[in-house]
Design a protein around this ligand. Structure first.
Ligand SMILES: [Zn+2]
Ligand SMILES: [Zn+2]
Length: 257
């Protein structure tokens, strides 16, 4: 594991912890109890995913290295390194947009992605709550896409370092002035945008798919804002009972529909 990868894990953990504490002091939705239990559940789901993500990362590094000898992707354009890296980062984020959108529009994928949406108390820990089958599918489909782009493993680590703080931030329950949110959403998907994405109403949660850049939602017509988010219900209809919000219930849920 090299220095940049260690740095990416440190920024992820530090950013997550910082936002989790901040949610306790300046929450957007107030009156939340059992934050520790809620975080424990989401982090247990995330912890399981490490079993898939760690070997997959090693295989990805190997696959990207080997594929360069046959197909060089965007390297064919002969751009200066900085521009080439920016283009690769943009294309990865574009893939993330479409992958997220497919997860909403294709019933088979929604079956697994809806575990992320079934959290009735979205906060920073929800950023890591994904069913393991969604992670497996996401990792499998990344291989051909990233090879086609011609991404290097260092591009993926850089993307992860840039994207992770953004997804932690837009899932967080931190209250920020609406003027700041307005300014930030010119570039990134903000908490107000992503709260709409976690609304119980389908026409609202089928919007704001962006991971790192809000630009794609504007470009592809899925950008949505809503007034009075404070009174909006987060999660999915009939999914917030305590017995439904348990580790094994959530893992089994997609197979019972
Ligand atoms: Zn979603
Ligand atoms: Zn989300």
């Amino acid at each position: 594991m090299d220095t940049i990868q260690v740095l990416s894990y440190i920024t992820t953990a530090a950013g997550g912890l910082f936002l989790w504490f901040l949610e306790g002091f300046i929450p957007f939705f107030s009156g939340r109890k059992s934050r520790g239990t809620h975080a424990g559940l989401n982090l247990s789901i995330a912890g399981l995913n490490l079993v898939i993500l760690l070997p997959s990362g090693i295989m990805m590094a190997f696959a990207l290295e080997q594929s360069k000898t046959i197909w060089s992707g965007v390297n064919i354009l002969g751009l200066p390194l900085f521009l080439e890296t920016m283009l690769v980062i943009l294309l990865i984020d574009l893939w993330m947009y479409f992958w997220h959108r497919i997860n909403h529009e294709v019933d088979f994928f929604w079956r697994f992605h809806s575990v992320h949406h079934s959290d009735p108390s979205m906060d920073v820990t929800t950023a890591w709550r994904f069913h393991y089958v969604e992670i497996v599918l996401s990792e499998l489909l990344r291989f051909p896409v990233f090879i086609l782009i011609g991404a290097g493993i260092e591009d993926l680590i850089l993307y992860s370092m840039l994207m992770t703080p953004v997804i932690e931030f837009h899932h967080s329950n931190v209250s920020i002035p609406s003027s700041v949110d307005r300014l930030l959403r010119i570039i990134i998907p903000t908490p107000l945008m992503h709260r709409v994405h976690h609304s119980v109403t389908r026409s609202e949660h089928d919007a704001n798919y962006g991971s790192m850049l809000s630009f794609w939602d504007r470009l592809f017509g899925s950008f949505l804002l809503k007034k009075d988010i404070k009174n909006m219900t987060i999660g999915l209809d009939n999914e917030s009972a305590p017995e439904q919000q348990r580790l094994f219930a959530l893992l089994a849920r997609p197979f019972q529909q």
